[in-house]
Design a protein around this ligand. Structure first.
Ligand code: GLU
Length: 489
């Protein structure tokens, strides 16, 4: 049997961590076994339909690299299957269920159903289940339309072997009574459309979240009535936050788009999501997509809830950032710099390399690299370390200038020697090395924190660094002179 899996989102809201975890497991299963991954948009609930959500589904899946393998041929990458474009199939199936006696038409008005709900009734009271021929005719004649409901047995039970949960058995009495399969507008409900499509698309494994377990008996009844094959069902463990509660806003971002905007790498998202409810059976944590596909197996999916942890995601992001080479990292950083208006010129690869070790999310990149833009304009006070005065700082910087020249000679070969000569310089001036470095850092970058100083200066370039230090010396000297004037008065 060939492995065929589907991800079947409803375009009614934004894609969140739980949804894409399902899609990821689908794709990993398909990739690990040489099967196919199908995307099916379940858009039959027209009241909740949201076109933006559809864009979000496509965008999120593409961003994560979870691309689908088939669908209508649009002369390019596949279009997904879209249920609202396939209505006839579901209508034909509903007719078959009706003629086989597995379903019946219900003429109840929405007022009647609302009253039923208000009176606290769960499900439908089966009012139309056994109408006489005459009642049926008058229902049809009323012209107010009808829905098709599944005839859920009143006795017995429905069971299935879940690939994760084991045996699941539901007494017929516990199945919500007589769900609607086809609405009066000719659109199917999820229960009918999903079952017709799972069969037509020859789905071998249904992976979905545990919230759908109560619906599965309904699906099995429809399947049996239509004489369709039963795929394997695997209901995935819930996604919780680190506190053991269901993942939600209180834990931070949950929408995929938000992670994307904040500069998480899709590699890191995929890596963390894969471990939310699945484990490779050893203590490996860091995986590329291909490594995951190779390691993935259904046996590794846990029954217990998986934990999605923002702190852990940060860690994964840092790890995956470190796996990128300079050019690849530069590519990822570029849009964030552009967005923040930081112009790095031709130095982007080198700049990216400089911050690789310090970066957690890409959105932080501009803050680390903004020094490459305009020359800083600092006051003497800002340039002067606490233990020194303006005159002493100016003197130190002036003496340090020539010692820095080897920094530009090439790569970092001379950095140790430069470091040693600056230490000596500080000693000779009875100053702290840290203070000297701080003064240099402020002068060159305008900030107390920067990536490693010599590397930073190399990316900035000899000319700009010299110019900035010279400007700092001027500012400090002017302040020292003004001060000197004041004290000699
Ligand atoms: N459309 C359902 C959803 O939004 C699909 C459930 C399933 O995978 O069967 O989650």
């Amino acid at each position: 049997m060939s492995v065929r899996v589907r991800f079947a989102p409803s375009p009614t809201g934004s894609m969140h961590v739980g949804n894409v975890r399902t899609a990821l497991f689908d794709v990993l299963l398909a990739r690990s076994l040489g099967g196919s991954f199908v995307l099916r948009v379940e858009d039959t609930d027209r009241n909740r339909y949201d076109p933006q959500s559809l864009e979000d589904i496509y965008g999120s899946l593409r961003w994560l690299g979870l691309t689908w393998d088939e669908g209508p041929d649009i002369g390019g990458p596949h279009a997904p299957y879209v249920q609202s474009e396939r209505l006839e199939r579901y209508q034909v199936a509903a007719e078959r269920l009706l003629s086989g006696g597995h379903a019946y038409r219900c003429y109840c008005s929405s007022q009647r159903l609302a009253q039923l709900r208000e009176s606290g009734h769960v499900g439908y009271d089966r009012h139309c289940r056994d109408l006489s021929e005459e009642q049926r005719r008058s229902g049809e004649a009323s012209g107010s339309g009808s829905v098709v409901r599944l005839r859920v047995p009143e006795e017995g039970s429905v069971g299935f072997e879940d690939g994760i949960l084991g045996t699941v058995e539901r007494a017929a009495a516990d199945i919500t009574a007589d769900p609607v399969l086809l609405k009066s507008d000719g659109f199917p409900t999820y229960h009918l459309a999903a079952i017709v499509d799972d069969a037509e698309m020859e789905i071998s494994h249904v992976l979905r979240s545990q919230e759908w377990v109560p619906s599965t008996p309904i699906h099995l009844l429809v399947q049996e009535a239509l004489d369709l094959p039963r795929p394997a069902y695997l209901h995935l463990p819930p996604v919780n936050g680190p506190d053991g509660r269901k993942l939600g806003k209180r834990h931070g971002a949950t929408a995929v788009a938000e992670f994307r905007e904040r500069g998480y790498l899709p590699e890191a998202m995929v890596n963390h999501l894969a471990l939310v409810g699945w484990s490779p059976g050893d203590d490996r944590e860091l995986f590329s997509f291909d490594e995951l596909a190779a390691a993935f197996s259904l046996e590794g999916i846990n029954k217990a809830p998986g934990i999605f942890d923002h702190g852990k995601l940060d860690w994964f992001n840092g790890q995956h950032l470190r796996r990128l080479d300079d050019a690849a990292l530069a590519q990822r950083v570029r849009p964030y710099l552009a967005e923040a208006g930081v112009d790095v010129g031709g130095a982007l690869d080198a700049a990216a390399a400089l911050i690789r070790e310090r970066l957690t999310v890409l959105v932080d990149a501009p803050q680390w690299l903004s020094f490459l833009g305009q020359d800083p304009r600092l006051s003497a006070a800002e340039l002067t370390p606490k233990r020194l005065d303006a005159a002493a700082t100016a003197q130190l910087l002036r003496a340090a200038q020539p010692l820095l020249e080897p920094v530009w000679a090439g790569a970092d070969a001379a950095d140790d020697a430069v470091d040693a000569s600056l230490r000596q310089l500080a000693d000779d001036h009875a100053a702290k090395f840290g203070d000297l470095m701080m003064a240099l850092r402020m002068a060159a970058t305008g900030s107390k924190v920067s990536p490693p100083l010599f590397g930073t200066m190399r990316v900035l370039g000899a000319e700009a660094t010299r110019r900035r230090i010279a400007r700092a010396i001027d500012t400090l000297t002017a302040a020292a002179n003004a001060n000197g004037g004041a004290t000699s008065d």
